[in-house]
Design a protein around this ligand. Structure first.
Ligand code: LLP
Length: 421
């Protein structure tokens, strides 16, 4: 359910016509619906109403501070993976006691900032990281609350680049070794064990992999308790998929039922780290058609958004629906929808049947709210797009379009490049 809809052949976001926003802000443009984000958050939250839980929105999906604030205002915490995301979460007013921190490569500086902020827990991904966090906490005269991120060796049945819970992936600590690792953690002076964590992958469209991971974690928790280790939190990560095209992922209610049914007696507070399911279908990328051409017998619709703006199609072959902002009742065109970047891999859609469009028309690339702007870059020296948030009949720029000056900020021409002196 989202708040993008057509009124008299014109695409609206909540109570504002998309064209009106484009007139004010230009293209390419990321456009998000506030009510969609809060609704998705509330549906997910309500699904777990029967058990103690905390929902930490995964900042990597969309880290704009206005989006983080939207989730924080709805009662959420934040799942972070870097010092930069910690900074953003705090800037958005997140309660540090609702911040969880994963990632295989935390630096000592990042660990220090997170300890200073007083986050809820570190999700630790290796033996060495455990030792480093222990020593940083010792230096600061404090104790670090931790979970180990368990790699349960479960196939999430998703794209290989976004599966994380298989033993050949770089993430987490092998489940077989984890009991020993917990025993070692228990002996450390500056570590407080508070829970168990896993995250098996993203865009998961079936319950099976989640249930398999939960079953393995439950077993581990039982053994840890035998060892006298207290497990207060069970963090099951994110990963619930959305419908980009014809996928039929479980509704959050179904996902919650499957988990609650199997884990309600665990006496834990559940933590979830959803990203995509909260913001994915709450955002579109609006772009203008620059040219339409035919090469050999292939049609190309060239638009002003490229792989630097939305890399998912190029990187994973992902499908994103493409719709006209104004339906003109024209015919259907089969075309590659491509950007201006100098790479053949720069496409938003391949051999796609779309409503016929011409130079100057606006299109919306759907389901672009997650891993859209947050993965964008300046490749080909393209300023990054503006971001706009709509709430009912109001819209505000939540990130200015970058300027050419932004592109060279921090760069300098040193003496020795000026010539052979
Ligand atoms: N927690 C952890 C530890 C994660 O690594 C991730 C995503 C999430 C939570 C949130 O997962 P979600 O609920 O959004 O599936 N760039 C890829 C997705 C990479 C996901 C990385 N980790 C894409 O565009 O599909």
């Amino acid at each position: 359910m989202n708040y993008f809809h057509y009124i008299e052949n014109e695409l609206w976001c909540e109570e504002v016509p998309v064209e009106r926003i484009v007139e004010a802000v230009g293209t390419p443009l990321y456009l998000y619906s506030y009510q969609t984000i809060t609704r998705h958050f509330q549906v997910f939250d309500a699904a777990f109403a029967g058990v103690p839980h905390l929902i930490c929105f995964s900042a990597k999906a969309n880290s704009n501070i206005a989006i983080l604030k939207t989730v924080v205002a709805a009662g959420g915490g934040v799942d972070i993976v870097s010092g930069g995301e910690l900074f953003r979460a705090l800037r958005a007013g997140a309660d540090p006691k609702k911040i969880v921190y994963a990632g295989v490569g935390k630096t000592e500086q990042e660990i220090t900032s997170a300890l200073d902020a007083g986050i809820l827990m570190f999700n630790i991904e290796s033996s060495q990281e455990l030792q480093v966090i222990n020593s940083v906490a010792g230096r600061l005269g404090t104790r670090a609350p931790i979970s180990l991120r368990i790699n349960p060796d479960v196939d999430p049945l998703t794209h290989p680049h976004i599966s994380t819970g298989l033993k050949q992936n770089k993430f987490g600590i092998n489940i077989e070794k984890s009991r020993d690792e917990y025993r070692r953690a228990k002996e450390l002076d500056h570590i407080d064990i508070v829970g168990v964590d896993c995250h098996i992958g993203s865009q998961i469209t079936e319950l099976g992999p989640f249930i398999d991971a939960l079953t393995r974690l439950k077993d581990l928790i039982a053994r840890l308790r035998e060892d006298g280790i207290e497990v207060r939190y069970l963090d099951l990560g994110g990963g619930l998929g959305i419908s980009y095209n014809e996928e039929t992922p479980p509704h959050p209610d179904e996902y919650a039922r499957a988990i609650i049914e199997r884990a309600k007696d665990l006496d834990c507070t559940f933590i979830f780290e959803p990203g995509r399911v909260i913001v994915g279908n709450a955002g579109v990328l609006v772009s203008r058609v620059l040219y339409v051409k035919t090469n050999a017998d292939k049609n190309f619709v060239i638009v002003d958004a490229g792989m630097n703006d939305l890399i998912r199609p190029s990187l994973y072959g992902s499908y994103h629906g493409i719709v006209p902002v104004r339906e003109k009742g024209k015919g259907i065109l089969t075309a590659d929808v491509v950007g201006p970047i100098c790479e053949s891999g720069d496409f938003l859609a391949k051999a796609r049947e779309i409503t016929e469009v011409g130079r100057g028309d606006l299109i919306a690339v759907k389901s672009a709210g997650a891993y859209g702007f947050s993965m964008s870059s300046n490749y080909n020296s393209r300023p990054r797009a503006a971001e706009v948030l709509v709430r009912k009949d109001r819209f505000e720029i939540i990130r200015e379009r970058e300027t050419y000056d932004d592109l060279v900020r921090g760069e300098r021409i040193t003496d020795f490049v000026e010539g052979l002196k």
